[in-house]
Design a binder for this molecule. Structure first.
Ligand SMILES: *[C@@H]1O[C@H](CO)[C@@H](O)[C@H](O)[C@H]1NC(C)=O
Ligand SMILES: *[C@@H]1O[C@H](CO)[C@@H](O)[C@H](O)[C@H]1NC(C)=O
Ligand SMILES: *[C@@H]1O[C@H](CO)[C@@H](O)[C@H](O)[C@H]1NC(C)=O
Ligand SMILES: *[C@@H]1O[C@H](CO)[C@@H](O)[C@H](O)[C@H]1NC(C)=O
Ligand SMILES: *[C@@H]1O[C@H](CO)[C@@H](O)[C@H](O)[C@H]1NC(C)=O
Ligand SMILES: *[C@@H]1O[C@H](CO)[C@@H](O)[C@H](O)[C@H]1NC(C)=O
Ligand SMILES: *[C@@H]1O[C@H](CO)[C@@H](O)[C@H](O)[C@H]1NC(C)=O
Length: 923
């Protein structure tokens, strides 16, 4: 469906401009003198305004094509959708897609007189009950035939096999089309075959190439036997979902050279019969996620002609075979799987190996010594390897991507290792135990020489090691002019970034170090900088104005440092900021109104500073702002009414707690917080705010925002912010007056905190609509009246705090309320009933009594519910479970997504680059 909509939407919307009343199609077609023989489509086709497109479900208007141009007095070659050969005048192209045509195309249709057609597009009409008749076989010149979504039915005539010029055939979205085997025998030029939703049963013929890759909706069943006669050399069925066992019979395709069955969801283990495909050079069974299980058959590794083997993204277990004979692979990808044991020695002695990716397995032991220097891509990351880097690695002069990330390797970075890596493009040694030889006597004299090394380095990741000190100078010389990505976060560094030529750098991550002093003014030269993360260090001084003025920067994360001064710079109209996090510094003064120029803002966190002034109402115009945290500052005054019509339409988290706001709660703002109202979680999906992946070199890294919020009474770092998480925290201010009923409309709200204010009046019964609420804190106010019975509806509620108010009457009974501790009701002298010991004798209860006494007894703290272990005010429900739901605890780092396909692209890229260099040199 998705594939269709984009294209057709444009077509149909364009056509919308030329909307016509229903008219007879034939009158336009019958008597154009010059084209009469060719364009007499004069059977029962008609433009039918009520002809709804077969599978569109009404979402899209299907309006006719520009038939205004179909005038009899004009040459048909000037008609819309008609293309003629300039020399012969023959109609060679006909595009009637999306034209509300209705009717049957019989075999006597004059359509079939257009013998010279090269392209024919009838998609998106209603030709029921047309057959794909034998007449279609007469378009001998046809290269592209598109009959998708046009209600053709029945058996596809085998004459279609005469369309030997066909390059692209789209029969998708026609129900009940079936195809017989021989149809395919002749279509040797076919490059594109779209059969989505066609429910076509393909019986594999005896032809040589069958490439049906990337047809997730195609149903194909492989023959259970009788493949022996097949002369198939290439079989690509990638991304066709089989969800069946990959049968041994595949081993009968003895002529196969190229077999790709990736992302097919095949079940079971890898058939050992594949070991019989002695001709095979390329075997790809990757990404049959969670299905291809069991051991890696060593037979595969004895195939004499095998050159590339991809088995990644499966559930293979156990060790690699110890011994293989005659294996001469150029590429091997086994990532990720659950393979374990030590790395067999044959891995290191393959004479022509160019790519080796065995990352994300469970291999242990040491890395062996490489016998040849053919490797260009080496990824051993995310295993449990130990020891040091083998000496032979410095002989891998062709290496351009090296990842040893997330192992237990002890790596001493020194010149020895990197002196020869002139082609290195990516270097990822993160999450090991990397130290740098800071020996000054080496560093200075060798500087010049080092600049020669690794001059192509674009990506350097040494994060999560124990690199310390300041002497990172030589590091900067690696990739001095080429570096685009630098990640040194989670180390012990004292200087922000080495002396690299910062002009090209796009991404700098140096968070969680021991940086001191100011941000070097060097940073102002970084005209390509998109992400700067220097959070969690001891940096001080002012935030350089050039950062604020940048039109390139998207993420500025300086939180948890000691920056001071004001942010009184002007954000330009063209800025690209998506996220600014300055939490936990000493910044003061008001917030600049020019922040309203940050149209792409998703996250603004300036909490825990000394910023003053009024509520930044001007941010209300930011359509994409999802997270606004200004807690623990010196904001003051009334919030007042919004200055824009629909303020904060996308806000999901607002935390203005611990300031000096006063006056009434801003009712009119609550009215417009659309992102907190009845959001369909399944529609929003589990996304992270601002999560964006960006690629450098071979790697794709995730940056996602994290903020601290009060989550169920705890200051919690949301490492990643789920877009379904919504909360309002106005606590610890001086708000007065009543809580607006309208808050009851914010039905997606998970957390609501109005505690420690001076609020009066009743708890609105509309709060009972907040059925997603997990945490409600209204404590330390002057609320009066009874607790509305409707709160019993809040079945997700895990934290309820109502203490220190003036509430009276019976505590509601039922459901979640049985699980609350009585501490949450303290200092409300008028409350009575369970779980308080104070009974409601002299109060006429509106509530029904608990059904049985036993029920109440059973919930006594003593009987194993573990009240003591539960924090004050917490229900004993599923707190830890759902809490985890919002927190993606960082377990190491998000894995780089490295795919062999990418690697290949980069080998090409590199070669391209080299050629360019060479050509440049010759000039
Ligand atoms: C074309 O064939 C159909 C079905 O066989 C028939 O009903 C129709 O009359 C034919 N039209 C002409 C023009 O022969
Ligand atoms: C294959 O195409 C050629 C050229 O159009 C034609 O002559 C031949 O009959 C076709 N073969 C089959 C099996 O359809
Ligand atoms: C491989 O082929 C031989 C002979 O063709 C056959 O006997 C054997 O069963 C096949 N092996 C597998 C694992 O299918
Ligand atoms: C490897 O994995 C298999 C299957 O999961 C397990 O039985 C075996 O103990 C593991 N071996 C090692 C060395 O971890
Ligand atoms: C190994 O494969 C490479 C490239 O495919 C080829 O050039 C080389 O000759 C092969 N070596 C042997 C021993 O077969
Ligand atoms: C530093 O260099 C000196 C002199 O060359 C040498 O003796 C010492 O071992 C080196 N230290 C380290 C840690 O490499
Ligand atoms: C609440 O209002 C009273 C006066 O009505 C005042 O004394 C008190 O300081 C206020 N509390 C807060 C937290 O603003």
């Amino acid at each position: 469906m998705g594939r269709l909509t984009g294209k057709y939407q444009v077509l149909c919307l364009l056509s919308l401009l030329f909307l016509h009343s229903p008219l007879s199609f034939s009158s336009f077609l019958s008597s154009n003198s010059q084209c009469s023989a060719q364009l007499q489509f004069n059977n029962s086709l008609s433009l039918n305004s009520s002809a709804s497109p077969p599978f569109y479900g009404g979402g899209l208007d299907y309006i006719g094509l520009n038939t205004a141009s179909w005038k009899e007095d004009k040459h048909c070659c000037s008609w819309d959708g008609v293309e003629c050969d300039k020399n012969t005048g023959h109609v060679i192209g006909l595009d009637l897609s999306c034209s509300r045509l209705k009717g049957t195309i019989h075999s006597n249709s004059t359509l079939f007189l257009l013998r010279h057609l090269r392209t024919l597009n009838l998609a998106g009409n209603d030709f029921y009950p047309s057959l794909l008749s034998s007449e279609f076989g007469q378009f001998k010149s046809l290269t592209r035939l598109n009959l998708s979504n046009s209600r053709f039915a029945g058996q596809i005539s085998h004459e279609i096999s005469q369309l030997s010029s066909l390059v692209s055939l789209d029969l998708s979205y026609n129900h009940n089309l079936s195809i017989e085997t021989p149809v395919w025998n002749n279509l040797t030029l076919l490059r594109e075959l779209l059969l989505d939703w066609a429910h076509i049963i393909l019986l594999l013929p005896s032809f040589q190439t069958l490439d049906l890759g990337f047809n997730p909706s195609l149903s194909v069943s492989l023959p259970k036997s009788n493949w022996s006669s097949s002369s198939l050399k290439l079989l690509d069925l990638s991304q066709i979902w089989f969800s069946e066992k990959l049968l041994d019979s595949i081993g009968n395709l003895k002529s196969l050279k190229y077999l790709t069955l990736s992302s097919c969801d095949f079940l079971g283990s890898i058939p050992t019969s594949l070991g019989n495909l002695t001709q095979i050079t390329h075997l790809d069974l990757s990404a049959n996620k969670e299905y291809l299980i069991g051991l890696l058959p060593s037979l595969l590794l004895n195939l004499p002609n095998l050159s590339t083997l991809r088995l990644g993204d499966n559930q293979l277990v156990g060790p690699l075979p110890n011994y293989v004979s005659g294996l001469n692979l150029t590429g091997l990808s086994l990532s990720p799987n659950f393979l374990n044991g030590t790395l067999s020695s044959w891995l290191f002695s393959l004479p022509s190996l160019v790519m080796l990716d065995i990352s994300s397995n469970q291999f242990i032991g040491e890395i062996g010594e490489f016998e040849s220097n053919s490797l260009e891509v080496l990824d051993l990351g995310y295993n449990k390897l130990q020891g040091s880097i083998p000496k032979s690695i410095s002989r891998l002069v062709n290496l351009f991507s090296l990842s040893l990330s997330s192992n237990n390797l002890s790596i001493m970075l020194d010149f020895e290792i990197f002196s020869k890596f002139e082609n290195l493009y990516d270097l990822d040694l993160s999450s090991n135990s990397v130290s740098i030889n800071n020996n000054v006597t080496y560093t200075l004299p060798s500087l010049e020489w080092l600049q020669l090394a690794a001059t192509n380095l674009e990506y350097l990741d040494l994060s999560n090691n124990s690199i310390y000190g300041q002497a990172l100078r030589w590091l900067g010389d690696m990739g001095r002019d080429s570096l685009r990505f630098l990640d040194l976060s989670h180390n012990l560094l004292q200087c922000p970034f080495p002396t690299l030529n910062i002009l090209r750098v796009q991404y700098i991550f140096v968070s969680n170090n021991k940086l001191t002093g100011e941000i070097p003014s060097l940073i102002c030269n970084a005209s390509s900088l998109e992400i700067l993360d220097l959070s969690h260090s001891n940096l001080s001084g002012m935030v350089p104005k050039c950062l604020v003025h940048s039109n390139v920067l998207t993420v500025l994360d300086l939180r948890m440092n000691s920056f001071h001064g004001t942010i009184l710079a002007t954000f330009s109209m063209e800025n690209n900021f998506r996220s600014i996090n300055l939490n936990g510094n000493q910044l003061e003064g008001p917030l600049p109104q020019s922040l309203a120029n940050c149209k792409d803002f998703e996250v603004l966190d300036i909490g825990n500073n000394k910023i003053n002034g009024v509520f930044p109402y001007w941010l209300g115009s930011l359509q994409n702002l999802q997270v606004l945290v200004i807690r623990s500052n010196r904001f003051q005054g009334h919030i007042g009414n919004p200055k824009t019509k629909f303020p904060f339409p996308n806000l999901r988290i607002i935390d203005i707690s611990n300031n000096q706001f006063n006056g009434p709660l801003p009712r009119k703002y609550f009215k417009h917080l659309n992102a907190m109202m009845s959001v369909d979680e399944s529609e929003v999906g589990l996304h992270y705010v601002g999560a964006m992946s960006f690629g450098v070199g071979l790697h794709y890294k995730y940056y996602s925002d994290s903020v601290n919020v009060m989550l169920k009474g705890h200051d919690t770092n949301l490492v990643r912010i789920l877009t379904i998480f919504t909360s309002i925290d106005f606590s610890n201010n001086r708000f007065t007056g009543e809580m607006p009923k309208i808050i009851g409309r914010l039905t997606s709200l998970k957390g609501l905190n109005f505690s420690h204010n001076n609020l009066t009046g009743y708890i609105p019964s509309s709060f009972g609509n907040l059925t997603n609420l997990e945490s409600l804190d209204l404590s330390f106010n002057k609320l009066s009246g009874e607790i509305p019975n409707q709160l019993v509806n809040l079945q997700m509620l895990e934290v309820l705090k109502l203490s220190h108010n003036q509430l009276i009457g019976h505590i509601p009974l039922g459901k979640q309320f049985y699980t609350f501790n009585n501490d949450l009701y303290t200092e409300n002298l008028g409350l009575c009933g369970f779980p308080l010991s104070r009974t409601c004798n002299n109060h006429v209860s509106k509530q029904p009594p608990p059904s049985t006494l036993q029920e109440e007894d059973n919930l006594e703290p003593e009987n194993g519910f573990g009240w003591q272990a539960v924090l004050i005010g917490y229900g004993c429900g599923v707190i830890f479970g759902t809490l985890m739901g919002y927190l993606m605890f960082k377990i190491g780092k998000p894995k780089w997504i490295v795919r062999m396909v990418k690697l290949e692209q980069h080998i090409m890229l590199k070669r391209l680059k080299n050629n360019t260099h060479k050509r440049g040199g010759r000039k």
